[in-house]
Design a protein around this ligand. Sequence first.
Ligand code: CU
Length: 170
Amino acid sequence: MDAVKRLPLPLVAAVLLIVAGLAGLVRGAIPQAAGTDAAAPAVPRGPIVVSGAYVREPANGINAAAYFTIYNTTGVADVLTTVQSGAGAQASLHVESSGAMRNSAGLSIPAQGSAALSPGKGHVMIEKLYGPLKPGQSVNFQLTFAKAGQLLLTAPVIAVTAPAPIAVAP
Ligand SMILES: [Cu+2]
């Protein structure tokens, strides 16, 4: 066993899953709490909403790419700084720059704006896959934002030929 925690791959068939403010990686099904302000802190922050998430069935057992759109419903710009995935030992943010996909230190989401990781623009590269990813499975992600903190996301694995889910603005 190495030091990296392996997350379960729950068979949750949800497309939009967001939980704000959780510190850890959740096992099993993920509750959906987008838009709830029951636990809103005194200083407003968030919500960040992620939609249209999916992982394309990988062509090999080494890497896979995840795509989604991030909406920032706040009046303050935010930055997606790091991503962790339950499907592989490592995950990196790859963003198109000067014609090539490059490791990115952060993806900015403007105030009241959005940022898309989509084919040609960028993706989360899941590296050192723990096992094969097949349509019908889902992958957990923990996204860390500079201001909004940590969000949990579950993305379905879709077949090579399947249409990508459409992101829906909150
Ligand atoms: Cu990549």
